[in-house]
Design a protein around this ligand. Structure first.
Ligand code: AHR
Length: 326
């Protein structure tokens, strides 16, 4: 090889090294030292339309960002999620992200990730841990505010009613952040007026099947339900079947407020079967990948990133449906 060719080759290799170094910063363990990032993501499950949209968003954004994704579905079981996180630690992924099934019981496995030098990002749901150094950031919605918005709608709707206003609640998975927080936000509003009575409240696990089953039992045990607060669209959609089977008209005989604003929920709202839907945005993938790149590069990130959201009545749902992304 001529001297000039050798010089060109050396220059090219040096240039490549510098470029890689610029993009990668202080690479986290498992990034391969060459900027390649592997993300281990432990998903809750596939319990709802929201979750399906969230999974798709994470998978497609990882692909677009050039991040290698290792994905697991915990089937709504904390033990499965812990097992998945431990396997990501063993595989020395660059970053671990997960959406915790329930809020408590994470300290041990999060300490294991910290000891292994693998940064953790919480997406969608929070953990209830005093040690906030166990994760780098929490990206997701304000669930308390979602419950509050649902309660505000009920309070406004029945402002001039003398009462009692009988309310049934289909709760999300017991112990999960959205169930805890949406209940808190909702109850904080309605407890201000004694005409509002929560006559039935039970876990529907965020699924259509459970929403239907629990609503059937509510309708058997309660002589009058004025309002149903379903803590997600899927449980509300399941409840529609039970309400119709009982000879009642959803949206009229029983007013229905839900959370999520998935396409099916928005359709039920536009059709007059739901009355109000508070949005919870599942399209967290692009923001998550941005965070993953930053923490893998050793950069500091905000410890809380809130998702922007809105709420819909029936007219707003009709207008928004054609361009709804999920
Ligand atoms: O954590 C977000 C919640 O989980 C969504 O509201 C619900 O649909 C999902 O299953």
């Amino acid at each position: 090889m001529s001297r000039s060719r050798v010089a060109l080759l050396v220059a090219a290799v040096v240039g490549l090294t510098v470029l890689t170094g610029c993009g990668g910063g202080t690479a986290a363990s498992g990034s391969g030292g060459g900027g390649a990032i592997t993300l281990g993501f432990a998903q809750v499950g596939a319990e709802s339309g929201w979750r399906t949209a969230n999974t798709k968003s994470i998978q497609s954004s990882a692909k677009d960002a050039g991040i290698t994704l290792k994905f697991s579905d915990a089937q709504q079981k904390q033990a499965n999620q812990i097992q998945a996180i431990r396997s990501y630690i063993q595989q020395k992924v660059s970053v671990i992200a997960f959406s915790p099934v329930v809020e408590t019981g994470w300290d041990t496995v999060l300490k294991e990730a910290k000891t292994a030098g693998i940064p953790v990002i919480l997406t969608d749901r929070a953990v209830d841990s005093k040690d906030t150094t166990l994760y780098k950031s929490f990206l997701g919605s304000d669930f308390v505010n979602e419950g509050k918005e649902a309660g505000d709608w009920v309070a406004k709707q029945y402002a001039s009613a003398t009462g009692p206003v009988n309310i049934a609640v289909l709760e999300g998975t017991t112990g999960s952040a959205p169930a805890n927080d949406r209940s808190k936000g909702f109850n904080d509003v309605i407890k201000a007026d004694s005409k509002f009575k929560v006559v039935a409240s039970q876990d529907g696990d965020f699924t259509r099947a459970q929403g239907k089953q629990v609503m059937e039992s509510f309708l058997k045990s309660q002589s009058k339900i004025d309002v149903l607060f379903a803590q997600n669209d899927d449980m509300g959609l399941g409840a529609l079947d039970a309400i119709q089977a009982a000879g009642l008209t959803p949206g009229k005989d029983i007013k229905i407020v839900t959370v999520d604003a998935t396409h099916d929920g928005m359709q039920a709202l536009a059709d007059g079967k739901f009355n109000y839907v508070v949005e919870c945005n599942p399209l967290l993938g692009p923001q998550l990948m941005d965070l993953v790149k930053k923490v893998a590069a050793g950069q500091s990130v905000p410890n809380r990133i809130l998702t922007k959201e809105t709420a819909f009545d029936q007219d707003a749902a009709k207008a928004a449906l054609p361009s709804r992304q999920y």
